[in-house]
Design a protein around this ligand. Sequence first.
Ligand code: GDP
Ligand code: MG
Length: 799
Amino acid sequence: MRGVVVRVSGHGAFRKRIIEMGFIKGMTVEAILNAPLNDPIKYRIMNFEVSLRRSDANKIEIVSEAEAEKEIVYHDDYSPINAPECDAMHHIAAERSKTINVALVGNPNCGKTSIFNIAAHAHERVGNYSGVTVDEKVGTFEHGGYTFNLVDLPGTYSLSAYSPEELYVRKHIIEKSPDIILNVVDSSNLERNLYLTSQLIDMDITLVMALNMYDELQKSGDNLDIEQLSTLLGMPIVPTTGRSGEGISELFDKIIEVFEGRDTKTRHIHVNHGKILENCIKRLRTELYEHGFSDSLSTRFLSIKLLENDKQFEQYVQQRDPDGSVLKMRDEIADKFKKEIGRRLVDKDISKGHQVTVEDEPQDIESAITDAKYAFVRGALTECYLRNKKSTLHAHTDKIDAIVTHRWLGYPVFLVIMFITFFCTFAVGQYPMDWLESLFGWIGSIVGDTMSDGPLKSLICDGIITGVGSVLVFLPNILILYLFISFMEDSGYMARAAFIMDKLMHKMGLHGKSFIPMIMGFGCNVPAIMATRTIEDRKSRLLTMLVIPMMSCSARIPVYVILVSAFFSKWAAFVLMGLYLLGMIMAVLMAKLFNRFFVRGESLPFVMELPPYRMPTAKSVLRHTWEKGKEYLKKMATIILAASIIVWALSYFPYNDNPKQQAENSYMAKIGKTIEPVMKPCGFDWRQSVSLLSGVFAKEVVASTMGVLYSSDNDPFEASDDEDDDSLRISQIIHNSMTPLSAASMLIFILLYMPCLSTIIAIRNESGKWKWALFTMVYTILLAWIASTLLFQLGSLLI
Ligand code: GDP
Ligand code: MG
């Protein structure tokens, strides 16, 4: 049986796959094996054979030979009257593909029926109350050379399974698969209307938006950047006034453009549900895919619906997967989610009503998804919508946002918050740090007094206590820093910071969303690199990953503080702040450079979600902070401890009675002296060089190595004076054996040079290529060397 393809319906990914197989409009295909029942159908297209499941094949509309036969009228001599010279099938297929099936979807009362009536010249009842349209009405009319079949569906606020209307609309979209869904939106109530849009986007169907009640929007004095909104949502938007009919002709012109594939705005975007939810969706999607669920529905949409405990889709899945492994997986994921998210403040279901209550209750996955959708809508609107009057939803969020995302007030607010963060990290953190330091000094002196001299005592005192101790004392600073970062993330402020930075970041080829991972990089580069997953655009994501190592992670704090307190204690705050700023500036410059020369591809804009503000619970902030603290301690017990012992051994052996010669002849010294010539231009001696080398494993190791190297340097006669204060002694020794210039040069080197191995591996994993991991290693080392050399050489000339 031969036939000609008229159209392929169904959702985006599925449709694309079928089209890629060769089922293109106007193409002749031949069914060569049409076995009965549920077996696949085999087709021949050109010279290829493809087999399709029956359910897939049903989504392809075909004009068959038999059908064509019937429509041909013959002369008495059996020559056809109509379509004489050409293939009758093609003729009919061409006619039929001149039909566009459109369904109207939107909130109640947004003007669907008004648009339907004007377009179809029908006289349906138009009412100013919801629930007027109970079932679908179909109108047929001609426009722009096409025949339109327009369906007016009942109004819905969402696509959940709560009401018969919602179920009806869903069913229509999935089963009838219209060519285009016309999403009618009431522009005087965008927030609520776009919520439905965000659900339609999940379905991966072809969308056109009618921005209805446009007259009211204009009257209200609100300002909407339609072009921008259209780009962000990935669908064309046409302003219409359903009452007068303005814009409706243009609307259907646009639909034709989309149908013919000429529209430039149409692209499939994902509504980002945040890291945790997206992971849940991804896992479930893989499971669905493996069970062959990818044909009639978008697996992403189905995953989201299953996570929302949608009864209808549960049944649908149950039918096709009787042993229930998909649903079991869903339950597992949902359980894990609940544990991860804990108790939080929630803005309760908004899709139904107009009032919002803020209450404290366990956050289930369903309301988390609703929240994420609203965050998406809010993000899109904050970017393109200037309200004249305040919306009534989320009043407190609006008030805070008016300042925090203000065009220029936003920046000083951000700077002040950053300043408070660093002030507390360093200035306030100084006190507990001092206590810990004297504690370690005390432990060291007790152990030193009780043990007899020899390698073991040296190992414990000079190796372990000094090495690990010199890093462990920074635990309070790091906890404080994480406390602030957790607070900013949980409260919703971080999303705002990203929002105001968007324009600036775009200039560098980055995206506003790059800003959150960058700030997280102040804590640790590894989770920061993983956090780049929220950046949908591949290019921006890669660029962000590559420059994150410039963000000064907390592992660098110990070395900074040791060097700064040895040389620049008077201006400590400025020097530290300066280092962080320099890192950020370098990140931005490098991004601009790479954007220009190394990383290819163009970046597409996307919505930045703005979740409503919430006061984070003390419990969740403390838990996040403690998790990081635990990691830090774990690192102490493993990498830092091992490194301290190795560094001690390398500097203790070969043993020599004379402390001065000992230091100069150790293996450590040999390694240091080997690399010293390369580092000389930066102003580093062998000790500095070898400390930097050891930092490749973890940046804290620089500090612990210096602790070991510079404490074993002590002159036995001098050391007895202030034995009780271990750290003061190290800092004193460092002060005596380095110049301020070389210390400054070292600070810059530590800031810029190769990130630790875990970060390199993270870059490899997230970018998928060793190439980028190696690239990061090379460029950071080169950059550090050049910057330090410049500083040292210029400085030497001046001083
Ligand atoms: P439906 O529930 O989505 O089908 O909405 P209707 O078409 O029944 O319209 C609801 C109300 O909004 C009616 O009173 C319409 O006259 C009015 N309406 C529809 N479109 C517009 C418009 O663009 N501007 C204004 N001002 N009113 C409109
Ligand atoms: Mg209606």
